[in-house]
Design a protein around this ligand. Structure first.
Ligand SMILES: [Zn+2]
Length: 310
């Protein structure tokens, strides 16, 4: 499948989206444009003289309910679902033009992006894809929250969440190299608890939230079912994790374990990983004979979720 290609890829044609930002409620138009090999994922604010913000860890801004990028005080907010779709589906190089500060939330999942990628198709580029190969463990702990990354041959993810009812404890376990991101992860929608709404609105958040773009939970039950998966919540947390770890700049080759984590923990891991240059190197595809970990770990993509967030 397309995400297993070992050469860099871009989209074959422009793709346009229109919608509103989950937190700002602001209308936004977004256009994805094919980009040359080696350019990575670069956001461009068309309303601010095409100011560019590369999607790399150095540009991560404050993170709580969504992952935002900032450079020279210019912001791009709620980037995680698009970044997840790009990394999950294997799009390495693209320019993302937006005419406002927040990406559209669409249906709250990454499925609209995957549908668009499948419609226009991907183009394989000459450059071989580089992965961040994990050489030793890097961990972040904050009370009962935990995230760590370990050496491994694919892109294994093991995510556990623990939320109030009706979600409870869910675990998802899988591998992005051998699993099917488009089918297993992309459709999972974000979610929120109705009782958190006044507090979040007071904080200037979720002004664009509605039943059209999130699973809404009230009185210990889902208000706008049916769910797309019985464990859709934990799968959405995996979607977010993949998007946040995309800020490392390349796809991870290793195994990630997360427990009760969220955007802040995900991006803290990226920043700790980037700082510890002895914990990783850059490697090419997974099928090379020189991969020391090639026969270890054969997990498959796992399902999981997080707390009320973007
Ligand atoms: Zn999310």
């Amino acid at each position: 499948m397309s995400q297993n290609a070992h050469r860099e890829q871009t989209i074959r044609a422009d793709i346009e989206f229109h919608g509103i930002g989950l937190h700002s409620g602001a209308e936004v138009s977004m256009r994805l444009v094919p980009a040359p090999a080696g350019s990575g994922i670069v956001f461009r604010r068309t309303d601010l003289d095409n100011f560019e913000i590369p999607a790399i860890g150095r540009n991560v801004a404050k993170v709580s309910y969504a992952t935002s990028l900032m450079r020279q005080s210019v912001l791009i907010s709620t980037t995680e679902h698009l970044l997840s779709a790009l990394i999950g589906y294997g799009v390495d190089n693209v320019i993302v033009e937006v005419d406002n500060l927040e990406l559209p939330i669409l249906d709250g999942s990454a499925l609209p992006y995957i549908d668009a990628f499948q419609t226009v198709g991907l183009k394989q580029q000459r450059r071989r894809r580089e992965y961040i190969r994990i050489l030793k463990e890097v961990e972040v702990r904050d009370g009962s929250k935990f995230i760590g990354v370990y050496p491994g041959s694919g892109y294994g993810i093991d995510y556990t969440i623990d939320f109030p009812q009706p979600i409870g404890c869910e675990t998802f376990r899988g591998d992005l190299e051998t699993g099917d991101y488009a089918r297993l992860i992309a459709p999972a929608r974000t979610f929120g608890f109705k009782e958190d709404e006044p507090k979040l609105r007071d904080m200037g958040l979720i002004r664009g939230a509605s039943e059209a773009c999130a699973i809404i939970i009230a009185n210990q039950s889902v208000q706008n079912g049916p769910l797309r998966f019985p464990d859709e919540f934990v799968r959405h947390k995996v979607l977010d994790l993949i998007g946040d770890l995309a800020l490392a700049g390349r796809r991870i080759q290793g195994h990630v374990v997360a427990e009760r984590a969220g955007h802040a923990m995900h991006t803290a891991l990226v920043q700790r990983l980037m700082r510890d240059r002895s914990a990783w190197d850059l490697a090419h595809g997974y099928d090379e004979a020189d991969q020391p970990h090639a026969s270890e770990i054969a997990s498959a993509i796992l399902p999981t979720t997080l707390p009320a967030h973007a």
